[in-house]
Design a protein around this ligand. Structure first.
Ligand SMILES: NC(=O)c1ccc[n+]([C@@H]2O[C@H](COP(=O)([O-])OP(=O)(O)OC[C@H]3O[C@@H](n4cnc5c(N)ncnc54)[C@H](OP(=O)(O)O)[C@@H]3O)[C@@H](O)[C@H]2O)c1
Length: 330
């Protein structure tokens, strides 16, 4: 395939294994190189995944002519630096979530990509699943009545390994940035607006939140509440509650592996309608990145998510509700 978009991979973590396979199984995409801090690890990964070039050092990968785009799967505190360097090198970017650790970093990434004419996406696969578009269309169609409340829960029970970045404040650890990326993003997406006020509280371990509960207030008496953390069994669900019915999804971040991809509408009489929508969300995300369509809706949601996460972190720190000044995002 001569005109395939050639990806270089930066980092060799747990999620890298899955995304490399997703990149390799997407039409019009190939993986030509992988970079690690150490040559041994790059060699091991390259041989395991059939990648031609194993590179020591991330900058070395950015300098390669056989790389058109990069997939960054580094700890959150490193996303900004390597997105900026990738933009400077003119490489398309697929960056793992959270996009960054602050709004300022996220805005800089967006501006640098804009200036360099580089397309970028945060690797938030669920946004690209056809099911998400269907649930969103339903919520916006008026069929649920007036949307009053959104509740979201995302957790994994202690998904830790040694040297875990999730437990290291210096690496951007903690459940708020990590899992709150999903809960905040889902709240903003279904609310279709930014909150005017937020409040959050966390339980901490090692100086990072391991459980965060939050409330978000939107115009029109719409509220959202979420819980995310590392101290309960896997949950990845939400409910969008309207005056007539609710949309419920129990695996929105990534469909359960062993059953059809579904969601439900529960109405006021207890009637339940089940919907099934199959798709391959990561492949669709990659196709969108390498395609021609505008990425503005995804880029904008990423920036809004980072904006709200920052306000939530401030609320955790101060113990007070935070009123959001939307003009800081423009
Ligand atoms: N989209 C999803 O579904 C999903 C799922 C899980 C995680 N993630 C996100 O993906 C990113 C990586 O998560 P992960 O769980 O895959 O991480 P991980 O297993 O810890 O891997 C991170 C990689 O970053 C590199 N690295 C460079 N400096 C490092 C440092 N100081 N400490 C640790 N690693 C360092 C390492 O690669 P080398 O040593 O080879 O250089 C390491 O293998 C995070 O932003 C996370 O939130 C996304």
């Amino acid at each position: 395939m001569t005109d395939a978009t050639r990806f270089g991979v930066i980092g060799t973590g747990r999620i890298t294994r899955r995304l490399v396979a997703d990149l390799q199984s997407t039409d019009g995409v190939s993986v030509t190189a992988i970079a690690s801090r150490t040559q041994d690890r790059a060699d091991w990964f390259a041989s395991q995944y059939g990648i031609a070039a194993a590179v020591q050092g991330y900058q070395q990968l950015l300098q390669r002519d056989d790389v058109d785009g990069v997939y960054l799967s580094l700890p959150p505190s490193m996303h900004s630096e390597w997105c900026l360097r990738a933009a400077e090198a003119g490489k398309m970017i697929l960056c793992e979530k959270p996009l960054a650790t602050s709004l300022q970093e996220a805005i800089q990434i967006n501006a640098a990509c804009d200036q360099a004419g580089v397309r970028w996406l945060d690797a938030t696969g669920w946004l690209h699943h056809r099911r998400t578009a269907e649930m969103l269309a339903l919520a916006r169609s008026g069929q649920l009545g007036k949307i009053g409340h959104i509740s979201v829960a995302v957790s994994f029970y202690r998904p830790f390994q040694s040297g875990e970045h999730r437990l290291d404040p210096a690496l951007g650890g903690g459940c708020l940035l990590d899992l709150g990326w999903y809960t905040t993003g889902a709240s903003c997406l279904f609310a279709d607006q930014l909150p005017s006020k937020v409040f959050a509280d966390s339980i901490e371990e090692n100086g990072v939140p391991i459980r965060t509960n939050a409330m978000l207030w939107f115009d029109g008496d719409l509220t959202a509440g979420f819980s995310c953390g590392y101290d309960t069994a896997t949950r990845k669900w939400f409910e969008v509650a309207g005056s007539e019915a609710s949309v419920i999804c129990d695996d929105f971040t990534r469909p359960w592996a062993d059953r059809p991809t579904r969601f439900w509408v529960h109405d006021a009489k207890g009637e339940v309608q089940a919907f099934q929508v199959s798709d391959r969300q990561e492949q669709r995300m990659i196709e969108t990145l390498v395609g021609q369509s505008s990425l503005e809706p995804f880029n904008s949601l990423a920036l809004r998510t980072q904006f709200v996460l920052q306000a939530l972190a401030e609320s955790v720190q101060t113990g007070l509700p935070v009123h959001l000044d939307h003009s800081t995002l423009v």
